[in-house]
Each structure stands twice: as C-alpha cells, then as structure tokens.
Design a protein around this ligand. Structure first.
Ligand code: SAM
Length: 256
C-alpha cells in the first residue's frame, strides 16, 4: 500500500467516499492512487500540464494497477476534465495565485462540482478571495506542519450546499478590547484558523513577522523616499499581526 505525506493524507481525507475526483497538478498521482487503493473513489482524473510529471503519474498508476480507476491526462488546469465529469477537485502544492487562476480559467468546468480541496503553498488569501467572489464557501480549514514547512488546506463547497455564508464567515469582529479583526485580516489569516488559534498558526505568523522584519532592515539601508512609505506599511502590517496573535487564545470558533 502507498504511504502519503501527512500533508497529502490530510487533503485525501477531505475527499468524500465514492467521489469522482480530479487532482490537478497531480505530479506522481499519489493522491488519487492512495484513494483508489482504498476503494474511496470511483474514478479519478490525474491532470498534469508538464510531460515529466505526467509520465511519472502514468508509471505510478500502471505500477499500482489502477488504470481502470485513474485516467492520467496532459493539459492545463481544468481543461483536462469535461463538465459534469467529476464532483471533487483537488489542487495542491502550488501558489495561491496559480490555484486561483486555474479555477478562474476553468470556471465553466465547475458546474456540478460539489467540493474543492485546495492547498496553496503561499498566497492563501488569493484563494479565499477567489472562493468568495465565485460563490464558494469554506467549510473547513486545516493547518499543519511537516518537515519544517507549514501548510494550509482549504475545503470549500458551493454556497447553495451549506448554511454557512461568506457574509458571516468574514464578518469583522472584535478581538479582545481594542482589536477589530477586519474582513481583509480574515481573508489573510483564515476565518476558521484565526478562531481556532492553533500553535501552528501562531508559528506561521511569527515567522511572517520575522520575514517582514528582514525586509524592513533592507529597506532601512535605502535612501529612496518610497522605501520610507514601504517601511511604514510593513510596520503597520507587523503591528496588526502581533495584535491578532496576542488575542488568539481568547477566541472560540462559532458561526452559528
Ligand atoms: N499536487 C502534488 C502535491 O501536492 O504533492 C504535486 C505538487 S507539484 C509541486 C505541482 C505540480 O503542478 C507540478 O507537477 C506541475 O507540473 C503542476 N502544474 C503546475 N501548473 C499546472 C497547471 N496549470 N495545470 C496542471 N498542472 C500544473
């Protein structure tokens, strides 16, 4: 039996039993292969835009004897699927901007899709923004650390399929006495993640502050007036993150 990384297994566990799925940017097709081996999916498309990873996917599927269940296809984003062909789409291990652009370009293929499981490596807010703008609602967010890297996994369904609304999910709310968590902050940090306030989330944003401090130091060496403006923006951003981190343990998840 195949073994998956903790990250891929968390993604796989978001795919409901009996799904017909497409894994876009499947690389070695490990995710659909793991699900198919367990009998959890009835059919999968493993999509790849590059021939190298496509060939690796073909080899994996053949070695595992899963050719009847997994169709490996070469193509850009959602162009590898027909409308109505799958009910779950997973896209993992790419930047958030690329994931959002794949969804945007393939919007017509999302008709009938019941669930998106998305794992951006960076730029998670771009994915959340795309979901809000296109009538998808997050039903779960996960954050995990593996091999020194932190990953977020976002699970979304069409707004017609849930009582949760984006209005409620991203509604600004008061944190502690003085901090108001804005819609933008929720898009950046994750509406569920911020309410849960896990140690991994704190670690992620503490690391982000360190990155911003490094950029601030570099900007400090420049005489360009634009650098002063950028420095102030960075300081404001770091202040906002620190304020949220200071209040996190007091917040409890609640959308009811
Ligand atoms: N999804 C796997 C995972 O999470 O472990 C593989 C991630 S790998 C870092 C990203 C893969 O996405 C690469 O194999 C790349 O070829 C593929 N990819 C990038 N852009 C794509 C696109 N527009 N359509 C399909 N695949 C794409």
């Amino acid at each position: 039996m195949l073994r998956l990384s903790k990250r891929l297994e968390c993604i796989a566990r978001q795919v409901p039993d009996g799904s017909r799925m497409a894994d876009i940017g499947s690389d070695h097709a490990l995710l659909p292969s793991w699900l198919a081996e367990r009998g959890s999916i009835t059919f999968a498309v493993a999509g790849e835009v590059n021939e190298g990873p496509r060939d690796a996917a073909l080899r994996q599927v053949k070695t595992a004897g899963l050719q009847k269940l997994i169709d490996v296809r070469l193509g850009d984003g959602l162009e590898v699927i027909e409308p109505g062909e799958v009910d779950v789409i997973t896209i993992a291990g790419m930047g958030g901007t690329l994931i959002a652009s794949i969804l945007e370009a393939g919007a017509a293929k999302l008709e009938g899709v019941r669930r998106l499981v998305l794992q951006p490596n960076v730029g998670e807010d771009n994915v959340r923004r795309w979901l809000v703008q296109h009538g998808w609602v997050l039903i779960q967010e996960q954050i995990l650390e593996e091999d020194g890297k932190i990953y977020e996994i976002l699970t979304a369904v069409p707004e017609s399929a849930t009582d949760i609304t984006n209005l409620k999910l991203y509604e600004p709310f008061q944190l502690g006495e003085n901090v108001k968590l804005s819609e933008n902050r929720l898009l950046l940090m994750g509406p569920y993640l911020v309410r849960e306030g896990s140690p991994v989330l704190v670690k992620k944003w503490e690391a982000e502050i360190k990155k911003l401090q490094m950029i601030e130091r570099q900007l400090g060496q420049s005489d360009n007036p634009a650098s002063r403006k950028k420095e102030r923006e960075l300081q404001e951003e770091m202040h906002a993150i620190r304020e949220v981190l200071a209040c996190l343990p007091k917040v409890k998840p609640s959308f009811s």
